[in-house]
Write a protein that binds this ligand. Structure first.
Ligand code: HSE
Length: 404
């Protein structure tokens, strides 16, 4: 029998306990022996829950118990998750985490400790919730040079944008519903300002390049400025707006990466990825394009990925599985080096102002009934050129980048 400790009995941690119980026979069959929950570490007590007699409040009990070989970290945040995970690895225990903030900030160090201690630090659930994406990158695609990763990586914002787009919901009501359904981060700013997507993109990019990525190097813009009027235009143009995290490996191995709301048309493979679902397109140099799709957030889908990590660790209990990245830093190109087309909303009537947009090579202007404004989509432009050319446009209401 192998023993597991869960650190953090919130949405995901309680989901892990539930799956360990519900699927215990399948798990035992796959591991070759029973996997039992021994401790649940939390500040709170859960007297009416199935884990009531396993709850502890002292981390050192886990750290010092040689019977605990597998530890799940589902506390979120960096403190105390970072010192606790580090101590577990140093004590020779395997760790599975759903915590993208932890992996993005301390992944390099934690992976190194895991290698030195011949244990595993797994984080499948940290990106894409229940979607297999980390393991495909280091197993199924390990013979590929990854050229491109483009994803809808945050369930909360995709849920909000879908409700605004398809059902005319207000931003705040959609966010409240995402919180009620257990999708949103404790601080929803991390979702709506794009920080959660940014950390997930940094992890995927590091997995793809084998080098450490500093998430602070990635240009990040959230969805708070997206309005119902933008969606009215998008609808009229046969388009939608999604929060993308994208990384492209350039000619000189410099990676172009960004997080931003992007307008896409109906032919784009990610167009139909709606609600809490995430979708990730990965392009390999030999393989071409592949797509990964599924529940990007929520209790059981995310917990399912954590349990798969526990099983993988239990099957490699005496050895470190080679995966992750080194401490060499991956260079990220500035946002100005990226190329997009741009959706521009301009005040006034098109016939009076289209001339001032000639440099942008605009397509046909689109208007909305009852609005004294119009919109165009530009030719493909470098962000640096667009920023310079648009700086002098006093009638520009806003712009949204458009996938080329
Ligand atoms: N808040 C995150 C999301 C949870 O909405 O995608 C899953 O990482």
């Amino acid at each position: 029998m192998m023993n597991v400790a869960i650190m953090g009995y919130g949405t995901i941690g309680s989901g892990v306990a539930e799956i360990l119980e519900t699927n215990k026979e399948i798990i035992a069959r796959n591991v070759g022996q029973e996997v039992a929950l021994k401790y649940v570490l939390d500040l709170r007590n859960f007297p009416d829950s199935p884990v009531a007699d396993k709850v502890i409040h002292d981390f050192s009990i886990i750290e010092n118990d040689p019977e605990v070989q597998l530890v799940v970290e589902t506390m979120g945040g960096l403190n105390p998750s970072y010192p606790f995970v580090k101590a577990c690895l140093l004590a020779g225990k395997h760790v599975a985490t759903s915590n993208k903030a932890l992996v993005a900030a301390y992944g390099t160090e934690l992976l190194k400790i895991a290698r030195e201690k011949e244990v595993n630090f797994f984080f499948e659930a940290s990106v894409g919730g229940g979607i297999p994406i980390i393991r495909p990158l280091y197993r199924c695609l390990m013979g590929e040079k990854i050229l491109d990763i483009t994803g809808i990586l945050n369930g909360t914002t995709n849920f909000i944008l879908t409700k605004m787009d398809k059902e005319g919901w207000a931003f705040d009501s959609a966010l409240k519903e995402a919180q009620r359904l257990g999708y949103a981060e404790r601080n929803p700013e991390a979702d709506v300002e794009g920080h959660d997507t940014c950390r997930k993109l940094a992890i995927l990019t590091a997995m793809a390049t084998g080098k450490e990525v500093n998430y602070e190097d990635i240009y990040t813009e959230g969805i708070t400025a997206i309005s119902d009027v933008d969606f009215r235009y998008a609808d009229k143009m046969g388009m939608s707006i999604k929060l993308f995290g994208a990384s492209r490996v350039g000619r000189d191995e410099m990676v172009n990466a960004y997080v931003a709301p992007i307008m896409i048309d109906r032919r784009h493979p990610l167009y139909t990825v709606s609600d809490v679902y995430n979708g990730i397109l990965v392009t390999g140099n030999m393989l071409g394009e592949t797509m990964y799709y599924g529940s990007g957030a929520g209790k059981l889908p995310t917990a399912s990925a954590v349990v798969a990590d526990i099983i993988d660790a239990a099957k490699h209990v005496n050895r470190n599985v080679v995966m992750g990245w080194s401490s060499e830093r991956q260079q990220i190109a500035p946002m100005e080096a990226n190329e997009f087309r741009y959706f521009m909303r301009m005040a006034g009537r098109p016939e009076e102002h289209l001339d001032s947009l000639m440099d942008f090579g605009p397509e046909e202007a689109v208007t909305l009934e009852g609005m004294d404004e119009f919109a165009v989509i530009t030719k493909p432009m470098l962000e640096a050129d667009f920023q310079e050319a648009s700086a002098g446009l006093d009638r520009l209401i806003k712009f949204i980048r458009v996938e080329r």
